[in-house]
Design a protein around this ligand. Structure first.
Ligand SMILES: Nc1ncnc2c1ncn2[C@@H]1O[C@H](COP(=O)(O)OP(=O)(O)OP(=O)(O)O)[C@@H](O)[C@H]1O
Ligand SMILES: [Mg+2]
Length: 247
């Protein structure tokens, strides 16, 4: 997708989301202003229940705000109808979830192709792109495998390849390493590190400091609000040390 005229992949203004019913209302996101420039990788951390997933769902147009504005790719999305929103979401956003959400009956390659086919891309182009992406995530030799035959880390790498298939402006990932052991977490971290180098805009919700350390910027949330917003410095070897890399 081309870069929006304002240079921001995502923006919000005074964004709020109330969950629940009368008597039990929770202000899951509370008056958040956010601007994510194209090419930035942003990590969001905070205690369980502070509103991270809700924020991610609002950013990706999976959920509607109670108040405020969401801008994706230079367009205001909270006022769009369902069909227009679904179309924009398909082109502009790639989602990665903790539980992978792969289709069990489809091979790795077919899972990666699926969003491209749903977006109306020709079958041959979708196949070619899926093969490239599986190569990129180090799973070219597992293209025909069903998810059940893959490790957690391999499944998540397939899910990341799938998120990238339509060349989204932004990838949104919610606890992408939450189900993974250390070795698989490192595989996925390396991939996020590559995406950052490639200039992929990325929002990562995580409890894991090692995952957060792959980002350019870290926001801490509490009770639906941002309590800190800091750039992460690089080139100090801190990341490599955190990740346990020697290279
Ligand atoms: N669909 C819903 N209906 C009612 N309340 C909800 C709903 N989704 C989330 N909440 C509430 O909103 C608040 C924020 O939830 P959210 O899932 O965004 O937190 P989180 O930071 O992602 O937590 P975790 O780290 O456990 O994933 C919590 O109090 C939660 O109970
Ligand atoms: Mg969550």
């Amino acid at each position: 997708m081309s870069v929006p005229p304002d240079g921001y992949a995502l923006r919000t203004h005074d964004l709020s989301k109330l969950h629940g019913e009368r008597g039990g209302l929770v202000r899951a996101v509370d008056g958040v202003d956010l601007a994510v420039p194209v090419g930035q990788t942003l990590a969001v951390m905070g205690p369980s229940g502070c509103g991270k997933s809700t924020l991610l769902h609002l950013l990706g147009g999976l959920d509607r705000p109670t108040d405020g504005e969401v801008w994706l790719a230079g367009r205001r999305i909270d006022t769009l109808g369902e069909r227009a929103l679904a179309r924009l979401r398909r082109r502009a956003i790639g989602f990665v979830f903790q539980a992978y959400h792969l289709v069990d009956e489809l091979s790795a390659a077919e899972n990666v192709q699926l969003p491209a086919l749903l977006a109306g891309r020709p079958v041959r182009a979708a196949r070619r792109r899926a093969a490239e992406l599986l190569e990129q995530v180090g799973l070219a030799d597992r293209a025909r495998s069903l998810p059940a035959r893959l490790s957690g880390g391999q499944r998540q790498r397939v899910a990341i390849a799938r998120a990238l298939v339509n060349e989204p402006l932004v990838v949104l990932a919610d606890e992408p390493t939450g189900n993974l052991d250390s070795a698989s977490t490192l595989e996925v971290l390396r991939l996020f590190e590559e995406l950052r180098h490639a200039g992929q805009t990325l929002v990562l919700v995580t409890h894991d400091e090692r995952v957060a350390a792959t980002a350019d910027r870290l926001i801490s949330m509490r009770d639906g609000m941002f309590v800190s917003d800091t750039p992460l410095t690089r080139g100090t070897g801190r990341l490599d040390a955190l990740l346990g890399w020697d290279g």
